[in-house]
Design a protein around this ligand. Structure first.
Ligand code: XMP
Length: 329
């Protein structure tokens, strides 16, 4: 695609001009396509003056840390450090139920960890990192802050995406956002040109606040995160096995903070309800819920209840965006 090839070359040039020959750059890898493509692009422009960090916030999916670190190191050759900050995030989220508050806490914590990482790096290099790379896309920019004349009527934030606008005023790092004019499919095209593996490029989007926006209410209550990871893995694996993964924009499970009555074996149970969500979309700004065959849904629901302890009911989300958003929080 000549157009994306041009965009890529132009971006690399812009970054080379912007970043001085002594400057160091840090990048937070989220595990998603956007930050990985952004980092690979910047790596191409400035080489090992890029320093990536992957934060395990304790809100990742099943085996995600291992899986993405392998891709970053083995496939993309990115210089990356993994920071396990599970305890920090979960202790700050304890008892918090409001979705916006959860997002803000997570956003702030990320920034603190980047700052720490930057300071450690400064000690190591004897030189301050000056820039921070973010994989912000065009839809993130306009949903958080619609440009004047864009025809979008809302002036308030629908959801505060942690990677847009939430940076503290005193943050000393300047931003590099090489993808901020691109839509998702264009980012995948840029990634393809940069030889990012197809399997990685085809990964469904995953929100920065991770499973915190998929466990409704208090994330830290009981073993919600653990249950959600198991349910989500079964759902995604079933979708892959059925050959449906690439036809779906995003699929995931949601943990609901309610219990319902069930019967399993001869036992009456009072256990958790999980919701399955799958949507098709072009860019995440609007979405349609995905029609699965009944047989597929039946198999998945049985498998979940049979193998995940603490779940006795599975429901499917059949709303589109609008009126719903893709995530539940
Ligand atoms: P919603 O739920 O707003 O989501 O319809 C639209 C798309 O954005 C993803 N999403 C996020 N991505 N940081 C991100 O990087 C966030 O805070 C965030 N919140 C939602 C969501 O998964 C969907 O693809």
């Amino acid at each position: 695609d000549w157009k994306m090839q041009d965009v890529l070359e132009e971006e690399i040039k812009v970054i080379k001009d912007m970043v001085g020959p002594e400057d160091h750059v840090i990048c937070a890898l989220s595990g998603g396509v956007d930050s990985a493509v952004a980092a690979t692009l910047v790596h191409k422009a400035i080489g090992d003056r890029l320093h990536c960090v992957f934060v395990d916030n304790g809100l990742l999916r099943y085996k995600e840390q291992e899986r993405v670190m392998e891709t970053f190191q083995r496939d993309l050759h990115l210089p990356v450090t993994c920071v396990d900050a599970t305890d920090k995030f979960l202790s700050k989220l304890k008892g918090v139920v409001d979705p916006e508050t959860k997002r803000k806490i997570i956003g702030r914590e990320f920034i603190c960890i980047f700052d720490d990482f930057a300071q450690d790096l400064e000690h190591k290099l004897g030189n301050k990192p000056v820039f921070l790379v973010q994989g912000t896309l065009y839809p993130d920019v306009i949903e958080s802050c619609p440009p004047p004349g864009s025809g979008r009527t809302h002036s308030h934030t629908i959801k505060s995406h942690h990677n847009v606008g939430g940076l503290p005023k005193d943050m000393k790092l300047k931003l590099i956002e090489p993808l901020k004019l691109l839509f998702k499919d264009e980012v995948r095209e840029v990634g393809r040109i940069l030889n990012v593996p197809q399997s990685f490029l085809k990964r469904h989007p995953f929100p920065g606040p991770g499973l915190a926006v998929r466990v409704l209410g208090d994330v830290t209550g009981g073993n919600a995160l653990d249950i959600l990871r198991q349910v989500d893995e079964i759902f995604i694996q079933s979708i892959k096995d059925a050959g449906l993964y690439d036809s779906i924009w995003q699929a995931f499970a949601v943990f609901l903070p309610i219990r319902s009555v069930g019967v399993q074996g001869d036992q009456r149970t009072h256990s958790h309800v999980v919701a399955l969500r799958a949507v098709t979309s072009q860019d995440g700004m609007t979405a349609d819920w995905y029609y699965f065959e009944h047989k597929f849904l039946d198999d998945v629901a049985r498998k979940i209840c049979n193998s995940v302890r603490g779940v006795n009911r599975v429901v499917q989300d059949i709303t589109s965006k609008p009126p719903s958003t893709i995530e539940w929080e």
